[in-house]
Design a protein around this ligand. Sequence first.
Ligand SMILES: [Zn+2]
Length: 353
Amino acid sequence: MQLAHGAVETPCFMPVGTAATVKGLTPAELRAAQTQVVLANTYHLWLRPGLDTIEAAGGIHRFMAWDGPILTDSGGFQVFSLESRRRIDDDGVTFASHLDGSEHRFTPENVVAFQQRIGSDVAMVLDVCVKLPASHEELEGAVRLTTAWARRSSAVAVHAQTKLFAIVQGGLDAALRERSARDVIELDFPGYAIGGLSVGETREAMYAMARSTAALLPADKPRYLMGVGTMRDCIAAIDCGVDCFDSVYPTRCGRNGRAMTRGGELNLFNAAFVRDFSPLDPSCDCPTCTAYTRAYLAHCFRSKEMLGPRLLSYHNVYALNALMREARDAIGAGQWETFKARTTLAQSSQSSG
Ligand SMILES: [Zn+2]
């Protein structure tokens, strides 16, 4: 992907910086961990610090001191998870802030305008995301509005530096997914996301729907699967034909003592690690794995030392980015099937520690 703040090699994972910060990691650390794109959330930034402050700071890149590409979501996912605190109509959605209860309104137009004005490299259209399981009527309504809103979004003038991606909805209904994809492809966006998955359905159902939806999307444009970030899911998503994904998973796990390794995930609170002086992941060459032992990391978490979450978040992001780099190399060398089989086997043989 050629974006205003640099080229992005795909497949790639995008760490989530909800409030213009990837929790616990500095931009220099993100860079060193080979992060290519950072995701930020329109909903959170809209409420705090707000558009005026970000514009006064010179845009989102300067504000958070990250000079690489930034993708912002539309806020749709957050607003629709508010459930009792939002009212949706054909024109947009009105919601109460989770911070102070103040009332706000998102429309397809003002959400795109916000993302342009803060200087996002990739902006997402406002969509309607439905929690699964959902009735056919609900899913159908979400697809209808998502298409109508995508059309209105594409009519908003987008600065050359901001690429606007559309979102395909439709839950687990293949026919609705197809209709949603067809509708937005007609509007000719520079990239497409598969939304509304990873929201409560089984892994198998998610993979099947991601695969059939990705196959409907143009091969020469980025395909983005929203909300995926375990090693196993990223490998599966690439296999489905997806180019990029995002999730809070690696940093959330990093804060909670859960290590993502090639051999599966480890819970550092397990008693077994208290006197385990081996590296966190022997196959990883990140600063956490080369300098510290599992025993030390386990100690940091048990003692609630802030270094523990920092070191583990770094490792998790680094390890996922390294996996993506190897996936790119394997695809380039025509070795994808071998790489996939090896990685998937290692992930499933030891899924939790
Ligand atoms: Zn590591």
